[in-house]
Structure formats: C-alpha cells, structure tokens
Design a protein around this ligand. Structure first.
Ligand code: FES
Length: 242
C-alpha cells in the first residue's frame, strides 16, 4: 500500500495475538500494519485512529484467522463501522473490508478484488439479545496466560469448543472464556470451572473429551486432573468463627 492508503491485517481471535510477529511479517511486504479485534494491542479502533490522524484516506482491513475460534468477518465490519460512525464526518477515511487469500503459514497472498466499503449502516455494537447476563450453567475459564499458552492452551480452548459443539452444548449451557494468568502456572494448561470452583491442571486436548463428559455434561468433576483449592474465608465470617 502506498500514499494515503493503508492496509491493516486484523487478528480476529486470541490465537492471532500469539502470532503477532508472524502477522507483522506477513503484512510487511505490503507496507501494512497489524491490529486486533480482541485481546491484543493495538485494538482495531486505535489503529484506525492512528492511521487516520496520520493522513490515511483509504484503509483496507483484512481479517486474519488461524484457528476455528475467530468470530465471523461481519464482526470486523461491525467494529469498524462503530468507529467510523463516531468519527467526525469531515475527517472520515474510506474504510473497506477485503477478503484475501491466506495460506495456513500466514504467507499472505492478497487478492483484494472483493472489497466492501463501510457504509455506517452496519449493525451496531449493542443488541437486545445481549442485554441480560446469560443463564449458562457452567463457565469454563481457559488460561491463556504466557505459560499456559506456551504449554498449548490455545489448542485446549479450541478442543473444548469443538467437543462442546459435538456434544450439543452451546453458549447457553457452557460458556468458554479465555483469560490471562490464573496463577497456578506450574500446572498449565490450567482450566477452572465456575460456579463449581473446580480447578484443573494439565488440560491437554486429549483430556478435554473426558472433562466435558464427566463435569460439563454429567456434573461429576474429574478427580484425575483436579487441583486442590483452599478458599479464603471472608473477614466477617472469620470473626463469626472466633
Ligand atoms: S499462565 Fe496459566 S496459570 Fe499462569
């Protein structure tokens, strides 16, 4: 990209945050930059602001997705559209979302013939469907801190989502959330299940089917990978025990 045009490769999920340097290398031949839809820096809206303030008149966004957990490209349009609507009218660049050929190794093969400019009429960030706290029975927190990620928790998160889907459990039953460090790093990949307050160690993808079957489907926590948990008593309860 040149002149007043800019290209941004946008990581769509936590998986691409880990691959930040590879994304940068992939977009470097095009003079582009990298941003993230979630969890990574810079966030997409900040990169759009930076480029626009630097004089970009046309910004092309390409979604990058290495795994199966990324949201649909429509979310790229939605977030970009929100930013675009908030920007003063006299100072808006053309923002377009392109589809690009991207091989697994992130060797980018850009074919930007399918580009659609943001019109500002895309769906907003809010929706009536996202008003209430969801009623899921379990929330599973998969640690994506540095140590657990190095031990493969990206695959654990992916395996969990796939196994839950295979067992017919949706977000209304079990909500999978990726987190920063949960602290018992020596036992990575760490997974905790709430509200049961059960913590698991070394949850590799091959442990996932058993964990899903026993704990999340049949409500019987798995003893084999369970970590001891000593929960502090609230100060007012301590006094009651004195
Ligand atoms: S990195 Fe996972 S518990 Fe610390």
């Amino acid at each position: 990209m040149s002149g007043r045009s800019a290209l941004v490769l946008v990581g769509m999920s936590a998986r691409e945050v880990d691959a930040h340097d590879r994304l940068l290398a992939a977009v470097a031949p095009y003079g582009g930059s990298v941003a993230f839809l979630q969890m990574g820096d810079p966030a997409l809206h900040r990169e759009l602001t930076r480029l626009t303030d630097a004089g970009a008149e046309r910004i092309t966004l390409v979604g990058a997705s290495l795994g199966t957990l990324a949201p649909a490209t429509s979310w790229l349009r939605r977030i970009a559209s929100h930013w675009w609507r908030e920007r003063p009218e006299h100072d808006r660049p053309v923002v377009e979302v392109a589809t690009a050929m991207m091989r697994n190794d992130l060797d980018l093969d850009l074919v930007l013939d399918v580009t659609r400019p943001i019109a500002g009429t895309e769906a907003p960030l809010s929706s009536a469907a996202w008003e209430a706290v969801p009623g899921h029975r379990h929330q599973v927190f998969v640690c994506r801190g540095p140590r657990c990620t190095a031990l493969g928790s990206d695959r654990t998160a992916e395996a969990l989502s796939q196994e839950l889907r295979r067992r017919g459990r949706g977000d209304d039953d079990v909500l999978v959330t990726q987190t920063g460090c949960q602290f018992p790093c020596n036992h990575g990949p760490v997974v905790s299940v709430q509200p049961d307050d059960v913590w698991y160690a070394a949850v590799d993808p091959d442990v996932v089917p058993l964990l899903v079957d026993q704990h999340l489907v049949h409500d019987r926590p798995l003893d084999s990978h369970r970590l001891p948990r000593h929960r502090r008593v609230a100060p007012n309860q301590e006094k009651a025990h004195d």
